[in-house]
Design a binder for this molecule. Structure first.
Ligand SMILES: Cc1cc2nc3c(=O)[nH]c(=O)nc-3n(C[C@H](O)[C@H](O)[C@H](O)COP(=O)(O)O)c2cc1C
Length: 340
C-alpha cells in the first residue's frame, strides 16, 4: 500500500491530514424542525477517530423554502448554531466543512407550502436574497467552528438545476452560457468571502456529467471550474448525473471525467463515487484528483479508512444497495449490512 493516501494536502487555506474525505452524506433523520438528531452526531464522533482528511456534513438548508426533504437539517437562523457546534466538536480533530444547499424544485411538498424556487421562475430579487442567505449561513458555520463551507451545485438541487440547460431557460445573466448558469453559485462564493473573509475556504460540489454524458456539457463544466477558481473556490468535488447508482462498478464513477478535466483546469478536483478500495483511491489520485471522497463505505463500516490503511487489499463490503437512502426513522439503522 502506498503512503500517498495518508499524507496531508492543502486546498486553499485548508490543510487535510489525509487525502481520504467523507463526502456529504445525509442521514435522512433530522427532527421535524430541522435540528440535527443525536444519531447523526454519533456518526460524526465515530468518524473523528478515523484517518480522514475532511468530514463534509450532510447538505444543510440555508433558507426555509429550500428544504429538500422533510428529514433535511436546517441552518437558516441562529437557533441552529448549537447544532453546528455539536457537529464540529464531534468531528474534532478531523477538519469539518458544512455543505450548504437549496432544494429548488425538490422542496416541493417538503417546505410547508412556501414558494418553490426554480431557475426559470426566480426573480433577480429572490436570487439576491438567496445569495445573502448563503453568506449568513456560512458566517454561522464559521462561528460554529467549521473549517469552511461547500456550495452544493450537484444532484439536481437548485444550483445544479441552474447549471443544466434543460432546467434553465433564462435569457438574462443567469441563463444561456456556462458562465451565466454558474453565476448564482459564483455569487454565493463571493458573498461568503465578503462576509467570512477572503481566506475562509469555500468548496463546491458539481455534477460533471449530464444525462447522456455529452461533451458539450463537459466543456461547460470546464468553463464553470475556471470561473470557480477565479472567484476563489478552493476545490471542487466532481460528481455527476447518476451520482450513487445501486450497482457495483469496476472503477470510480467519474474518474475518466476527472482525468479529462484536469487536462483543462488548474482548480484542485476531488472525485466522489464508487471508491471501494485503496487501489480506487490511488487511481483517482493518479487521474489528477487531490483527494478522494467516499460516502456509502463509511455508512457500511466507519472503520473503512483504518482498514484501508492497515489491511492490504481491503475492499468495502458495501453492496451499493440503496438502503441508506430510506428515511432513517423507517429503516431504523444506518446500513443494511451494519447492525447499528
Ligand atoms: C444516504 C446518502 C446520503 C447522501 N447525502 C448527500 C448530501 O447530503 N449531499 C451530497 O452532496 N451528496 C450526498 N450523497 C451522495 C454522496 O456524497 C456521494 O456523492 C455518492 O453516494 C457516491 O459516493 P459513494 O459511491 O461513495 O456512495 C448521499 C449519498 C447517500 C448514500
Amino acid at each position: 500500500m502506498s503512503d500517498r493516501i495518508f499524507t496531508p494536502v492543502t486546498v486553499g487555506s485548508l490543510t487535510l491530514p489525509t487525502r481520504l474525505i467523507r463526502s456529504a452524506t445525509e442521514l435522512f433523520g433530522s427532527l421535524p424542525d430541522g435540528h440535527v438528531p443525536p444519531e447523526e452526531i454519533e456518526i460524526y464522533r465515530r468518524l473523528s477517530r478515523e484517518p480522514l482528511g475532511l468530514i463534509l456534513t450532510a447538505h444543510t438548508c440555508v433558507s426555509p423554502e429550500g428544504r429538500a426533504n422533510r428529514y433535511q437539517n436546517a441552518f437558516w437562523d441562529d437557533g441552529y448554531l448549537p447544532d453546528g457546534q455539536a457537529i464540529t466538536e464531534a468531528c474534532a480533530p478531523v477538519p469539518c466543512v458544512m455543505q450548504l444547499g437549496h432544494g429548488g424544485m425538490k422542496a416541493k411538498g417538503n417546505n410547508g407550502g412556501l414558494p418553490i424556487y426554480t431557475p426559470d421562475t426566480m426573480t433577480e430579487q429572490e436570487i439576491r436574497e438567496l445569495v445573502r442567505a448563503f453568506g449568513r449561513a456560512a458566517l454561522r458555520a464559521k462561528t460554529a467552528g467549521f473549517g469552511g463551507v461547500m456550495i452544493h451545485v450537484a444532484h439536481l438541487y437548485l444550483f445544479s438545476q441552474f447549471f443544466y440547460p434543460e432546467f434553465n431557460h433564462r435569457t438574462d445573466r443567469y441563463g444561456g452560457s456556462a458562465e451565466n448558469r454558474i453565476r448564482i453559485a459564483a455569487e454565493c462564493a463571493e458573498e461568503i468571502h465578503a462576509v467570512c473573509g477572503d481566506d475562509y475556504p469555500v468548496l463546491m460540489k458539481l455534477n460533471a456529467t449530464d444525462r447522456d454524458r455529452t461533451p458539450e456539457y463537459e466543456r461547460d463544466v470546464a468553463d464553470a471550474l475556471r470561473i470557480a477558481e477565479e472567484c476563489g473556490i478552493a476545490a471542487c468535488e466532481i460528481s455527476g448525473w447518476d451520482s450513487a447508482p445501486c450497482v457495483i462498478t469496476e472503477k470510480p464513477y467519474f474518474i475518466d471525467v476527472v482525468r479529462r478535466l484536469k487536462e483543462k483546469v488548474t482548480l484542485p478536483l476531488i472525485e466522489v463515487g464508487g471508491i471501494r478500495c485503496a487501489a480506487d483511491v490511488e487511481a483517482v489520485l493518479d487521474a489528477g484528483a487531490v483527494a478522494a471522497s467516499v460516502s456509502r463505505p463509511l455508512l457500511c463500516d466507519p472503520s473503512f479508512p483504518t482498514r484501508l490503511r492497515g489491511e492490504e487489499g481491503h475492499r468495502s463490503p458495501c453492496r451499493s444497495c440503496g438502503f441508506c437512502f430510506r428515511p432513517y426513522p423507517e429503516r431504523g439503522r444506518i446500513c443494511a449490512m451494519h447492525r447499528n
